[in-house]
Design a protein around this ligand. Structure first.
Ligand code: ASP
Ligand code: MG
Length: 371
């Protein structure tokens, strides 16, 4: 009789060194011994991906994307093999698989590929043989056999698409934070953990810059009806945030800041910002995401580093009193701030140096004051 299957994803900080890899192995083995088939998706150890990118940059200011993909896919191959060995040391059978071996088929857009199909035959076979399957996150293979990667943070996407393809019960995203908070707890000490978060609100939070669950992974969860949760690696399953398929919340769910954005002037050659455009302001300036682009210093146009700070929840855009409170709180920091609403989100464009203060002020005005 086949058993229920769960997918667990461990982020880079959870496998940053040998001690932590052993702790993750013990958590996986505990899940297995509680009666589940377990598939694990793992990120690269600690800061490995950045270190590999920095090495490439020392060789070439604009390395070819095919080589870059092969290079940065190495990080997850290191962590997956070490984790499989650590599990074997605890007495359970485990095998690791690259993205290609796991049947993660993508398009050909190197460094930012999209998953087109998942054929997890080898994973399924390993499970049938009683193995714990460890999968390298963040990578796939194109139909022409080239190694591709899914964009920064892409291991979450690997975990969600595998959960769907395997028909697993749920996908647990494990990291050093124990769930999604009402704001980033490192910036806003009054932030509190959200126990249950509607999927659409989680998508809005991620799009506004919240980093616990990634927007792409959440979109995939919505498309495939995957049940998702976020937990701390150091705590047992089920203690974090559950993402639920209920309608988005009408109250303010949270505040999120996105500090990786730049404003470029209307005359900028936008084709260069392929895939990174986040919006256009009424004055013609364009908001671009600098993360998947070359460093600012090498841009051909003057770009201003900025941040957006957003309040998520229908009230922020539909209740004039709430909207007034938000604007009042933010203009106390920067009187010239500009804002716009989209869907259930109210966003403020602020100088990057004001991002943290703005996040605290909005959290105070819209969440703390209503508790
Ligand atoms: N290692 C990759 C990154 O740092 C992918 C991931 O962590 O999900 O972006
Ligand atoms: Mg990550």
């Amino acid at each position: 009789m086949s058993r229920a299957c769960v997918v667990q994803k461990y982020g880079g900080s959870s496998v940053a060194d040998v001690t932590r890899i052993r702790a993750v192995a013990a958590r996986i083995v505990a899940t297995r011994r509680s009666g589940f088939d377990v598939v694990v998706v793992v990120s690269a150890m600690g800061n490995t991906t950045n270190e590999l990118l920095a090495l490439a940059e020392q060789i070439s200011p604009s390395p070819g994307r095919r080589e870059l993909d092969l290079l940065i896919s190495v990080g997850e191959r290191v962590s997956m093999t070490l984790l499989a060995m650590a599990i074997q040391e605890l007495g359970e059978p485990a095998q690791s698989f690259t993205g290609s071996q796991s049947g993660i088929i993508t398009d050909t857009r190197h460094v930012n590929a999209a998953v087109e199909e998942v054929r997890p035959y080898r994973i399924q076979r390993a499970l049938d043989e009683g193995q714990i399957a460890i999968v390298a996150g963040f990578q796939g293979v194109s139909r022409t056999g080239e190694v591709t990667t899914l964009g920064r943070g892409g291991s979450d996407t690997t975990a969600v698409v595998l959960t769907a393809a395997l028909g697993a019960e749920y996908c647990e995203i494990c990291s050093d934070v124990d769930g999604v908070y009402t704001a980033d707890p490192r910036t806003v000490s009054a932030a509190s953990k959200i126990d249950e978060l509607p999927l659409d609100s989680a998508i809005d939070m991620a799009q506004a810059g919240s980093k616990v669950l990634l927007a792409e992974a959440l979109h995939q969860a919505k498309t495939h009806g995957v049940t998702l949760s976020a937990s701390a690696t150091a705590k047992p399953s089920g203690s974090g945030t559950r993402v639920v398929p209920t309608p988005p919340s009408s109250n303010i769910v949270g505040i999120a800041a996105d500090i990786g954005l730049c404003l470029v002037p209307p005359e900028a050659p936008l084709a260069e910002f392929d895939g990174s455009i986040r919006g256009r302001l009424p004055d013609g300036r364009t908001l671009v995401d600098e993360r998947n682009l070359p460093p600012l210093a090498t841009w051909a146009v003057p770009a201003r580093p900025i941040a957006t700070v957003s309040a998520i929840g229908r009230e922020a855009v539909s209740n004039p009193a709430v909207f007034e409170r938000a604007v009042h709180a933010v203009t106390a920091i920067d009187p010239d701030v500009c804002w716009w609403s989209h869907g259930q989100t109210l966003s403020f464009l602020v100088d990057r140096s004001h991002a943290a203060d703005t996040e605290r002020a909005l959290h105070n005005a819209l969440i703390v004051s209503t508790l």
